[in-house]
Write a protein that binds this ligand. Structure first.
Ligand code: DGJ
Length: 746
């Protein structure tokens, strides 16, 4: 095993390396604070890294009298503070009892241990064997108070990633207020970067954007109480020549589902400061004596093989060492969800009819969506009344779940646990349980209000309501939805000086409820959802290994949404369904083939009324399902590679390759058809040079090097058959092709 944490004890230099990447920092002599030295591709260890120090004499504020090179503004730092010679945005800021915000965390000692600690109450990556990772804990003490700061760095043996987090502990006798507590910061020595991130809105999540960094501050984030549709808690800094397949990438991802900030600040000396963590805006945390505050975990990935290299690290790490539980490694069931088939308008007969059709076609899980409880006939009522509506389902969830199981299907149920409508028993009993400011107007979103999950009693109460249904019925899957953001953030349970804590406490409450349910019902497969992809974030993956990626089920729109989501999230976590045409979100009509070929690249399912389909369509779906089942492991656990981007091209292409490179599936999609077609080839990736691959059960076989260098050839050979060319049916808009490659053992 490669030694992972190397320490030059005389010079207090710390070198984290797994033989592929290096992360380097040191303790500065005079100030005793931490200086960042390097992060990137592995470099050889040296007994002394002092030659890396740069100290220019510049007009600035200096820390030590007579020393003109002691300005923090000109030193690349690990976890910077503001207000004492550094004028850039800090990684942390604390308000002291007298009102000032100046801290001085000095190095005290370090610890190195095998493996990786869990973060109490927060999602985080983990190891199954202590040899998988090594953790360095740096303990710093504030010279102005009795506060301690613990910085955690984990390096993984198999993944080119560093996990970072920070913990503040109040060992003193007074209260301190944390105003900013980022999870990680890196000061890069140059600004030769482009900034990549995922933005969006409801129904068009995770759109990829790439722009050169500018001098000054650029940031993305959330102030909505959820990671949100608007921005994903991820960004990457890439070199201008970096592509999907080559070049340097530094990927930052936050394992958190609440308000976040991801910020890049380029200063006038071309240093690029990158940080990610809980959004300091509207945040403050009262840290009482003997209390501690643990930040969420940030994952920083380095790749010198382009964006695909970064994504593959995230995929493997998040699929196998962030997702947990019985469903982590299991092939996920093909599901049918009744939402787009019925919306709120269903009864047991309709549901059983859809389920029966689904079972006949080979579908494995039926999911009953919104509308089964209280008087929920539209989106104006009943959230919080988690009691079955007997007019719709006379035999209750219990009876229905049994009948669905008798059809040979698993049964899943929709909940929106964090929300409440005003017409409910719960609201009448506990009006103070919703997030609002007493005496001030409060707003609704989709006619609903947010329960104050920062209060433990609320979490316990909702657990009890859900538990009553779960104990009583045969439930294999839960779709956990969340359909509005938090506004008028205030908790009746917190003191005025603690109101800045509500967003973070809220999300801790959400995690607590998940944890309780998982503990009691470990067999249940959770799928997270927030009006589609509003909470498709790494934090959720710790509890729910799959997420409904978007309410937009149109195949063309999904190309972008799934391509963008795959920057960070493995296919096993991206819920993707075949839905009806004309599509309910954009009205577009695409072929069943196109819809299926797009939905295959995710956790596959259907979201339409199967009973109205023609026999021909049903027969096709039966075959499509058989195909997915045959290759499900490859789709869900293979190595995913993006080839052609829908954000810049009419053609999208991606592929998935098995770990042993013996098989692969390629998806190729063309949005608009072209006349008089030019020559087209698709160069594949990730195959083995010397393996011979049979293509699509035909007698055509080609070597891996040939498929990667020359590519799949889309043009046909019409020598002597010109008439056939003119008689050929025209390729229409929204067309797709799927190629299955299988190694032929000679
Ligand atoms: C939003 C979800 O994304 C949909 O799939 C569906 O569950 C509705 N909510 C139900 O209200």
């Amino acid at each position: 095993m490669t030694k992972k944490i190397l320490i030059n004890k005389d010079t207090l230099e710390f070198h984290l390396t797994n033989g592929k990447i290096s992360y380097l920092f040191r303790v500065m002599e005079k100030s005793n604070q931490l200086e960042h030295l390097y992060f990137g591709k592995k470099i050889n260890h040296r007994d002394n890294f002092q030659y890396l120090l740069e100290r220019e004499v510049r007009p600035s504020n200096n820390l030590f009298e007579g020393d003109h090179t002691s300005s923090f503004e000109h030193i690349k730092q690990e976890y910077p503070a503001f207000g004492t010679t550094d004028f850039r945005y800090p990684a942390h800021q604390i308000r002291y009892p007298q009102g000032d915000r100046i801290s001085d965390f000095q190095y005290d000692h370090f610890k190195v241990f095998k493996g990786k600690p869990l973060l109490e109450g927060l999602p985080a990556t983990y190891v199954e064997d202590p040899d998988e990772a090594e953790t360095l804990e740096i303990v710093l003490k504030d010279s102005y108070s009795e506060m301690a700061l613990h910085l955690f760095y984990t390096i993984f043996a198999e993944y080119d990633a560093i996990a970072r987090s920070a913990k503040f502990i109040n060992h003193g006798k007074e209260d301190y207020y944390l105003k900013s507590v980022m999870s990680a910061n890196i000061d890069f020595p140059d600004k030769n970067f482009e900034f990549i991130h995922l933005n969006g809105a409801w129904a068009r999540e995770n759109q990829l954007e790439r722009k050169p960094v500018i001098t000054g501050v650029q940031s993305i984030g959330s102030t909505r109480g959820a990671s949100s549709h608007a921005h994903n808690p991820f960004f990457a800094l890439v070199r201008p020549d970096t592509t999907e397949h080559q070049g340097e990438v530094y990927g930052f991802s936050l394992i958190y589902s609440g308000n976040f900030l991801a910020q890049v600040e380029v200063d006038t000396y071309q240093v690029t400061r990158a940080m990610i963590g809980v959004n300091p805006f509207d945040f403050s945390w009262q840290l009482k004596p003997n209390e501690e505050f643990q930040t969420p975990e940030a994952m920083i990935v380095y790749s010198d093989s382009g964006l695909n290299g970064m994504s593959q690290t995230f995929h493997e790490l998040y699929r196998t060492r962030l997702a947990r539980g019985q469903w982590r490694d299991r092939e996920r069931p093909i599901l049918i969800n009744n939402w787009e088939a019925t919306y709120f308008d269903f009864n047991e007969e309709k549901i059983l009819n859809i389920a029966k059709n689904a079972a006949d076609l080979g579908i494995e899980l039926f999911v009953l969506d919104d509308g089964w409880f209280g008087e929920r006939h539209d989106d104006t009522s009943s959230l919080g009344d988690w009691f079955v509506n007997k007019d719709k389902l006379p035999e209750g969830i219990n009876g229905l779940s049994k009948k669905i199981h008798e059809l040979g299907l698993k049964f899943g149920l929709w909940f929106e646990p964090e929300m409440i409508c005003k017409d409910t028993k719960l609201y009448k009993e506990h009006p103070d349980w919703i997030i609002h400011v007493p005496g001030k107007r409060f707003s609704h979103g989709r006619n609903q209000f947010v329960l104050d999950f920062s209060r433990n009693e609320v979490v316990e109460y909702i657990f009890k309501l859900m538990d009553d249904i779960l104990v009583d019925s045969e439930i294999d899957y839960i779709k956990w939805d969340m359909n509005r953001y938090i506004s008028e953030a205030f908790s009746n349970d917190l003191l005025p000086e603690q109101q800045g804590e509500i967003y973070h406490r809220y999300i801790l409450g959400v995690y607590r409820l998940y944890e309780k349910l998982i503990e009691k019902y470990p067999h249940i497969l959770f799928e997270s959802c927030a009006g589609g992809g509003g909470r498709l974030d790494p934090g959720m993956l710790y509890y729910a290994p799959q997420a409904w990626a978007s309410d937009d089920t149109d195949a063309v729109e999904r190309l972008k949404i799934q391509y963008g989501s795959s920057m960070v999230y493995p296919l096993s976590s991206i819920g993707s369904h075949v839905s009806a045409i004309p599509n309910h979100q954009v009205g577009r009509v695409t072929s069943l083939e196109m819809r299926t070929n797009v939905a295959y690249f995710g956790t596959f399912g259907y979201e339409l009324d199967l009973s109205v389909l023609s026999n021909e369509e049903k027969e096709q779906i039966k075959q499509d399902i058989e195909f997915y089942k045959m290759h499900r492991k490859l789709f869900q656990q293979g190595t995913f590679i993006r080839i052609s981007s829908p954000f810049t091209n009419n053609e999208t292409a991606w592929m998935v390759v098995s770990k042993d490179q013996s098989e692969a599936i390629i998806g190729h999609y063309e949005v608009l058809a072209k006349p008089n077609r030019p020559y087209e080839r698709l160069r594949l990736k990730g195959l083995a040079d010397d393996k011979l691959y049979q293509i699509n059960d035909t007698d055509i076989a080609r070597y891996g090097d040939d498929l990667m260098q020359i590519g799949l050839i889309f043009g046909e050979n019409f020598i002597g058959k010109a008439n056939e060319y003119w008689a050929k049916e025209k390729v229409k808009d929204y067309n797709s092709k799927l190629f299955y490659l299988k190694e032929i053992k000679c």
